[in-house]
Design a protein around this ligand. Sequence first.
Ligand code: OGA
Ligand code: MN
Length: 220
Amino acid sequence: MSDAAPAVGAEGDRARTAAAIADIVAGLDRAGFAVVGDFVPNTAVAALRAEASRRDAADLYTPAGVGRGAARAERADIRGDRIFWLDEAHAAGAERPLFAALDALRLAVNAALYLGLFEFEGHYALYPPGAGYARHRDRFRDDDARVVSCVLYLNDGWRVADGGALRLHLDRGAYRDVLPAGGTLACFLAERFEHEVLPATRERLALSGWFRRRPIGKEK
Ligand code: OGA
Ligand code: MN
């Protein structure tokens, strides 16, 4: 293919993911957050959605909790989703390209911003109609390992009237609402931004996760 040819097929997909990664790095650097439209192609979103539904049909999700350890509680009034943790070592075929894209993102962020991210942890999150997640930060009180939060949305044909926005609280009372449309990826510094999930009129599917650094004092 000549340099002038439009990027199509797998090559076009790779080019769009690479452009999205560059946009995320620039956004994190400039504002501490970034939202990009097509982190992974529609076919990959559809495959992830099918995988998420398959695991749900197999009853593999558990109610999400708030806090952890002895402080963990199931509080549907605070957080109404159910989750399934991803396991890269046993990733489904649909999940492997996503792990590859996330690792490329991790390396690009490290190269540009020196955040020392060394691993990703994440889960599917299914919100039934009416469920949300009250305003919160993504760091546990006793653990600062989560540095960058990422949420990839897997919903088909989402409209503003469906609700379910991610509301990212910015400085001085300002906020930014992100529609959970399939292929959209929102990334933000976990320590900095409070955020919430507004209730939706339909089921809302996301894959959320965190790039982690090695916790201080736990170098191994
Ligand atoms: C989370 C979260 C946001 C979203 O899982 O911690 O804030 O838009 N998710 O799903
Ligand atoms: Mn969160």
